[in-house]
Ligand binder design. Sequence first.
Ligand code: NBY
Length: 827
Amino acid sequence: MNSNNKKTEHYFAKPGVANIGLTKEDIKTSFLEKLFYSLGRIPVVATKNDFYTSLALTVRDRVFRKYVKSLEQYAEEDARGVAYLSAEYLPGPHLGNNLLNLEIVEETREALAEFDLDLDELLKEEVEPGLGNGGLGRLASCYMDSLATLGIPSIAYGIRYEFGIFKQEIQNGWQVESTDKWLQKGNTWEILRPEISFEVKFGGNTEHSRDENNKLHIEWIPDSEIKGTAYDTPILGYQSNSIILRLWKAEATESFDFAAYNLGEYYRAVEKKMRSENITKVLYPNDENLSGKELRLKQQYFFVCCSLQDIIRLHLLQGRKLETLHEKFTIQLNDTHPSIAVAELMRLLLDVHHMEWEEAWKVTKSTFAYTNHTLLPEALEKWPVNLLRNLLPRHLELIYEINSRFITEIREHDFTGEQISRMSLIDDRGEPTIRMAHLATVGSYKVNGVSALHSGLLKEEVLKDFAQLWPEKFTNVTNGITHRRFLAVSNPLLAGLITEKIGKGWLTNLDKLKSLESFVNDEDFRRKWMEVKLENKKNLAAQIKEFTGFEINPEMLIDVQVKRIHEYKRQHLKVLHILSLYMQIKEDGQNNIPPTAFVFAGKAAPGYFMAKRIIKLITAVGDLINNDPEVNKILKVIFLPNFSVKLAQHVYPGADLSEQISMAGKEASGTGNMKFALNGALTIGTLDGANVEIREEVGEENFFLFGLTTEEVAERKKAGYHPYKIYSENEKLKRVLDFLLSEELTKGDTELFRSIYDNLLNQDPYLLLQDYQSYVDQMENVYEIWKDSQKWAKMSIINVANMGKFSSDRSIKDYCEKIWKVKAVKA
Ligand code: NBY
């Protein structure tokens, strides 16, 4: 297996160290022991959740065994490591993934069968941690899988939100949110580390004084203080090491409680305790747009402060000096959410560890690297100066000082006054705010975007002045996904067929899929390929039935768009297309459309009016179509509520067509696009984000392209875009748009979709009308090819065969080589 490390093996072989094996018998024994001794249950009274928990504990022991081994290796090699800072993670269910990575799926299935238990039933019991909004959080979790698998010394830090992303229900066609109480039944995968705990201060003011040598001393006198405590979850890699996801929970400090208690102010103390704990209560459900919420800034600072103190503790524990922090650690900032870390590390080095400015700044900007995930102006974080002054007065001073030195530096270059004010960390055009992306850029040694297109645009637009100043600082790392979770675990049938053909090397080297190409003309293989897809479609149909009550015929073309609901992602463009088909059937009497089920899923930010209305539009179109006997044999429209990693794992394998239809230049990368293609769906999409690279890899003849390019979008807007003109000149489009206001669709409430209608006719900022005809035409082409099932199967195989590049293993290797300069530690 992974380790030939004699010392480690020897340690584990010592008498007294429990032998926890991986055979069916070992699993049976442990499973019963957990049920008896950890849960105090006997099989006759045990609930499904008890059985799930016993199994999870059984597996957790084995995962920790790997982790302890990894720790010993990392310590022995004194290796350079990565700390990944992310405010969000979406790990998905742990159990199935851990079983795969331990290679004990079948052993476990058989062991459970001997107790008359079904592994698949127990897997369903797991409640997943929804500690993120979407792509960014899921990416962090894919990266952890690859970091562990590749044996990169690393630790991931984040926030242990008590309530994750809200639960979505659909009531009367509208999204209704409720609290995600994911910890209600406990969380078997984490362990509390009460001894790993740090203080975090807020508010107050700073005091400046000079000592006898005229050296300036600055002291921050905060007005409140809380404590962050670590909860560790091991994340196991495939056949290999494990790393830790360390999430911080906020609590009141003891001293604080105690003082109040002495004063007899017990209730006041309890209240304060509750207020402190609020910091990690709930995840903010905004995916792309955030207003200046104080609690959100508190969350960001809270987890950054705990994480940096922990990193410094780990560094000093090895007997090293802080001056070498950047040699032993690199800290990756997952977007600007943790970017206050730049100021916080400066504060720790200057005020707590008494380093000089120049030295501290050198360490800081050699330690951080920053990943940008968005170009949307409204999603670029800016914190009001006043909010920082109240909450983090010392950090505000430090940011001003960093800025003033930075401005002095750039004045020496040939930058215009306009450029200098554009680059400043402080935007004082209105209410003064701090531009967090600028802080992150100035305070990092590398900045990367998440696809080739996005990284290019970052350099040409959002951060162009910085790219002119420091061209070598900018780089690209195209996103990737873990093919172990998104193929091996979630699509065992396709994984099995692939392994049968080419062996299992693809599990650790996804480029191996390339050899599938040599079987495209093998009729027998294509038949098996299509059989597997059909099975997966049946499974998806069963999920749809379970969660919506609707039945779809699994033979239909299953056309899927799953992702956060956002105008730039253009779910409503898909709706316009569906309505055009409806009209064709109803008004033109055309029914040569192949039977298609349109499946949508995704959450809308609770405060995002248009996104919520788009959900209502999808469900209204669904009501109309699904209940019309003339239409519903040909079309079905499904909205699957409460999209999650767990649900996603059923959706990708069952999809035929993947909708990646954002306006070019807006989707930084997308990762769902990769998951679909890896599971054999074909893509209809724009030249946006990683679609560009997917198309390059699979070949343009195997990708359904439509719409304007990024440059064309810019030109179109510059020349003056008039959606109304397009509307009035395209008869069929006009008919579809006008239908949005019809009695039939709105059941009499004809103003229901007025906001969408008006927006599209008057502004249409995401160019739906512009791209409409090109989309509809390309869908015609999709239908033509769908009718030729052999051709479709060939294209599907070629898509899968060319997904090698999109493994997160490749992404992490890129980070290691281009950015981190970190090497794997793996025997
Ligand atoms: O990150 C997504 C991008 O939209 C997608 O194109 C990319 O593939 C993915 C991974 O790089 N961004 C994203 O998911 N963003 C968020 O979830 C998010 C969450 C919170 C906030 C902003 C964005 N926030 O400001 O609180």
